[in-house]
Write a protein that binds this ligand. Structure first.
Ligand code: BTN
Length: 274
């Protein structure tokens, strides 16, 4: 059977030069990690799967999707960054996914007088710190970045992306109802996963090039600009403490800065926003 996914993105220099598609894996992150450590695949290689038996999310949570409905893939990245800047790579990947989806769903057409009319499938995406993409306030995409060292001692990041594409409401666990959504639920149209993958990888190539050429300084401001959360009142659950306050921005490592009600500004490196 011909795969619905391209074998490569020809016009890209690094990202998606090799795209492999497997029907089942344990987790695309775990499989690609084993492969990069064995020296089998290099920077920019992509692994896509129709189904994961043990898909993983942040904090060792399970990531479950029915066969063939979600876009589940991982990429090997080897960015020239300091170890403390890893969080910025998650933000960059979130920008690329959002950029790819914006390109596909956010386009405007013009009527005969040249007035903009919204594209019929327009969807409203929102970035949620640190690495979620929401649509209509519900989670549509999660990103899991994991680091390691190859045999030669080279540092790598596996960026794993789980995008809910063609699931219907009944495909989600009852416990998640109201908190998750898919492109199909939002647009009432079956979407082509291969096309979406291509759009995302083209965007990622652009962002990754910029990172390699100019460094990381622009990533947190770009993310913040797209997320529009500066000034919002947030509740952050960080390990054992819950902090509430105003979002004053991100620091240079991509950590969230929150001004508590007593005026103290705290920096949150890992946690969940509610
Ligand atoms: C999260 O929201 O906690 C991150 C979820 C990341 C899920 C993706 S699916 C593809 C890749 N393989 C995995 O096992 N996890 C990531």
């Amino acid at each position: 059977m011909i795969s619905e996914f391209p074998g490569s993105i020809h016009e890209n220099r690094i990202i998606g030069k090799s795209i492999r598609h497997l029907p089942v894996v344990d987790s695309t992150n775990s499989q690609l990690k084993a492969e990069v450590e064995a020296g089998l695949f290099g920077e920019g290689s992509v692994l896509v799967a129709d189904y994961q038996t043990t898909g993983r999310g942040r904090f060792d949570r399970q990531w479950v999707s029915p066969p063939g409905k979600a876009l589940l893939f991982s990429i090997i990245l080897k960015p020239c960054i300091d170890p403390g800047e890893q969080q910025l790579v998650s933000l960059l990947v979130a920008l690329a996914v959002t950029g790819g989806l914006d390109e596909h769903f956010g386009k405007h057409e013009h009527d005969s007088r040249g007035n903009e009319i919204p594209y019929r499938d327009e969807i409203c995406l929102r970035l949620k710190w640190p690495n979620d993409i929401l649509c209509d306030g519900k989670k549509m995409c999660g990103i899991l970045c994991e680091t390691g060292h190859s045999k030669s001692g080279e540092r790598y990041i596996i960026a794993g992306i789980g995008l809910n594409v063609n699931q219907s409401e009944s495909d989600f666990d009852a416990g998640l109802k109201g908190n998750v959504t898919s492109l199909y639920v939002e647009t009432e149209r079956i979407q082509q996963r291969g096309k979406l993958l291509g759009l995302i990888l083209r965007q990622l190539e652009v962002y990754y090039d910029r990172l390699q050429e100019t460094g990381t300084r622009w990533i947190a401001p770009a993310w913040l600009d797209r997320a529009g959360i500066q000034g919002d009142i947030l509740t952050v659950i960080e390990q054992s403490r819950t902090i509430s306050g105003e979002c004053v921005g991100l620091n240079r490592e991509g950590a969230l800065m929150v001004r508590k009600h007593d005026g103290e500004i705290i920096t949150v490196y890992s946690g969940d926003i509610s």
